[in-house]
Design a protein around this ligand. Structure first.
Ligand code: 4NP
Length: 157
């Protein structure tokens, strides 16, 4: 079976999408799925930077080290190279669609749309929040990671 390529996208690539990447890396690895996982931001504010310290702490609470992750910006080539591109909120989806080429292969969806009962719900930005918001982000990305594993493994969540 070929490798499935999954890209998680938020605004800055330092808070939500690194946590989505970490949660899905772990879930896919536990399920034995052959995946390539990455994350990106629609903005260039934090290119080359480590994740937000609060995201590093949240991942650390779950035994995952994300200090090696570095911010990068979404590029047109991503639509040709990835099978799935997931945005976190509606603003991300608008920004993603602005550079989406017509002939890209990636399926582009809002992340919580794949979680039964959370369709249409945004994975809100914890940037202005506190530790509780980062915990909530972790819960959301974990649910989405499990749903995505089920989709890739069984064809549905
Ligand atoms: P993220 O959060 O999109 O989840 O990485 C943010 C990170 C940085 C900024 C906004 C949101 N910022 O304005 O720099």
């Amino acid at each position: 079976m070929s490798t499935t390529r999954v890209l998680f996208v938020c605004l800055g690539n330092i808070c939500r999408s690194p946590l989505a990447e970490a949660a899905f890396r772990r879930a896919a690895s536990e399920a034995g799925l052959d995946v390539h996982v990455d994350s990106a931001g629609t903005a260039n504010y934090h290119v080359g930077e480590m994740p937000d310290p609060r995201s590093i702490d949240e991942a650390g609470r779950h035994g995952i080290d994300i200090t090696g992750y570095r911010g990068r910006q979404l590029v047109v080539q991503d639509f040709h190279e990835f099978d799935y591109i997931f945005g976190m909120d509606r603003s991300n989806m608008t920004n993603i669609s602005r550079i989406q080429p017509e002939d890209g292969k990636a399926q582009v969806r809002m992340l919580l749309d794949i979680v039964r009962g959370s369709e249409g719900r945004e994975l809100s930005d914890p940037w202005y929040g506190g530790e509780d918001n980062f915990r909530a982000t972790w819960e959301d990305v974990t649910m989405a990671a499990e749903a995505l594993v089920a989709i890739l493994r069984d064809g549905h969540s």
